[in-house]
Structure formats: structure tokens, C-alpha cells
Ligand binder design. Structure first.
Ligand code: SF4
Length: 291
């Protein structure tokens, strides 16, 4: 990846953004595997052409700095920290680096800087799957691991809201626990084998023929139909389909329907491979430019 510095930030920040780990040609990070296959393959295929500006990597640096701080803390007697595990699967190598594993408690801990909204909306599935894969990898090399937790560090937490808003996390740090059964390990093993065989097939395709990321992978929650009242800016109610919105109006609950098209938030703001993606160029880029 080419790191630019359009805002003239100190060189130390630019240097801190450089990754010091080079993947082998057939080595896949757990985090890459969890992305949509199109995004993951484009990112790997064009890794030496992709450009990012250091000003867009500040939150990434926050995450890295938290890990650097934790490296200074004394390690527990049965604890392993920041270890990379590699497990061969088919013609590939699955590569994962966990934050902390306590062999006494059989407990994996991962630290995540995140938005408070991720906690409020309980969007934990991705974290659970990532930790389940690390736990499966640990089991493969002989370490039992039947539980894990994500320690959240919510960077946009507001103490003032925590005092009064119902459902708002009381503190920016919160442990989200997960437990894993034998069935979970069996299921994730099947998923990993199938994912790598799908990748083997897709890697043969040119960029534009890779299957487009799903709405979920594009962080697109879909088009909404807002029932509105004349003179009011706020919707009376949001619906996933036009008929349900019209039915609501027929009951006298509103005056007209406003269509709110879902946005591909991942493509617009977070996908580093977007410049090599024809879906982005054809469907998303013009909206970004006109915004
Ligand atoms: S720009 Fe969107 S569709 Fe294209 S690879 Fe990235 S996330 Fe997927």
C-alpha cells in the first residue's frame, strides 16, 4: 500500500501507518477472509497500487496505539499475547494474530476501538466469528479455548448521554462475552474450508467478473419507504416496502411516501479497494462526488 500525506502530518504518523508484516502469496489473514470475497481479492491483488492518505487512517492508529500500550503491561503467568498462528487449509495458509489468550481460563480477549453505535445496536456477529476462528486455530495447535470476550473501547462515547439516555452504554469500555461449543468449532471448520475453495475459484476471475459484494457486505441497509406528514421533516414510520407504507397512509397515518435509497456505506467510506472495483465506479462514485 502506498501511504500519502496530503495534510502534511508529522512523518512519525506516516511511518506508524506502514505495516511491518508481509504476507506470503498463499497466506490469508482471518480479517481478510471475513470480508466480501470481491473486496478481499481486489485488496490483495492490488495491494501495491492501493493508495491511502494518513489523514484517513487516524482511527486505525488509535487501535494500534491501544495494542502498543497493552504490550507494556506485565503478562500473566499463563497468558500469551499478540501471537500469530498459521494453519494450512487446502492450498492456503490461514493466518491470525490474537491479542491475548489465557491458557488457565481458556479465554481469548480482543480489544476493539469502535463506535458506541456498534454496542447500542449489538452488532457483534462479526466479532464473534473472528474470535471463534482464533479459538478454532488455538484448538488446532493444542490449546483449549471455549470462551472469548471483546473489550470495547468506544471512541465516541459521551458521558452526558450515558447519564440520561435509555439503552446508552454506561461506560466506553464494556466486555462482550462469547462461548463456543464443539458444534461451533465443527461449523466454522466447514465454513473455512468452503471459503477457501470459493476463493480458489474466484481468484481465477478478472476484477470485473468477481461477484459484487452483498448489500450486507456493502453496509447497505436497503431502501426505506418513509411515511411523511405535510409540513413535518421527521417520518411517521419507516417501512422496507412501498406497499406497507401505502397501507399505513390508507389508515390515515400519513400524507405521502418519501423513498430513501440505501447507501453503500462500505464502498463510499471504508473500502480501500474501491478504485479497482467496477461496481464502485459505475454505481457509487458519482454519488460520492456529488455529495
Ligand atoms: S467498493 Fe463496494 S462492492 Fe466494491 S469491493 Fe469495495 S465493498 Fe465491495
Amino acid at each position: 500500500m502506498i501511504i500519502t500525506n496530503e495534510e502534511g502530518y508529522p512523518q512519525a504518523l506516516v511511518d506508524a501507518c506502514q505495516s511491518d508484516y508481509e504476507l506470503e502469496p498463499n497466506e490469508w489473514r482471518v480479517t481478510s477472509l471475513l470480508k466480501g470475497p470481491r473486496e478481499a481479492i481486489l485488496e490483495r491483488r492490488h495491494s501495491h497500487e492501493i493508495t491511502r492518505d494518513v489523514s484517513d487512517m487516524i482511527w486505525l492508529l488509535f487501535g494500534t496505539s491501544v495494542h502498543s500500550l497493552l504490550e507494556r503491561v506485565p503478562i500473566g503467568p499463563l497468558e500469551f499475547r499478540e501471537e500469530r498462528i498459521k494453519i494450512p487449509i487446502g492450498g492456503y495458509v490461514l493466518s491470525g494474530k490474537f491479542d491475548s489468550y489465557d491458557a488457565g481460563e481458556k479465554l481469548l480477549t480482543d480489544y476493539k476501538t469502535c463506535s458506541v453505535w456498534q454496542i447500542i445496536n449489538k452488532r457483534f456477529d462479526h466479532w464473534r466469528q473472528q474470535l471463534l476462528i482464533y479459538a478454532w486455530m488455538l484448538e488446532k495447535i493444542g490449546f483449549e479455548c471455549n470462551q472469548a470476550r471483546v473489550m470495547t473501547l468506544a471512541k465516541d462515547h459521551r458521558r452526558s448521554l450515558a447519564k440520561f439516555e435509555k439503552g446508552y452504554p454506561r461506560k466506553p469500555g464494556q466486555a462482550i462475552p462469547f462461548t463456543f461449543s464443539k458444534k461451533d468449532f465443527g461449523d466454522i471448520e466447514v465454513w473455512l474450508i468452503e471459503r477457501f475453495s470459493e476463493i480458489a475459484r474466484l481468484e481465477q476471475l478478472p476484477d470485473d467478473q468477481l461477484p459484487v459484494c452483498t448489500p450486507e457486505e456493502r453496509y447497505n441497509s436497503g431502501t426505506k419507504y418513509a411515511v411523511m406528514k405535510k409540513g413535518k421533516k421527521r417520518a411517521v414510520r419507516l417501512f422496507d416496502n412501498a406497499q406497507a407504507a401505502q397501507d399505513h397512509i390508507a389508515k390515515g397515518k400519513g400524507d405521502f411516501v418519501e423513498i430513501r435509497h440505501g447507501e453503500d456505506k462500505k464502498c463510499m467510506d471504508y473500502c480501500v479497494a474501491c478504485e479497482f472495483c467496477n461496481y464502485y465506479k459505475e454505481k457509487v462514485e458519482k454519488h460520492v462526488q456529488s455529495a
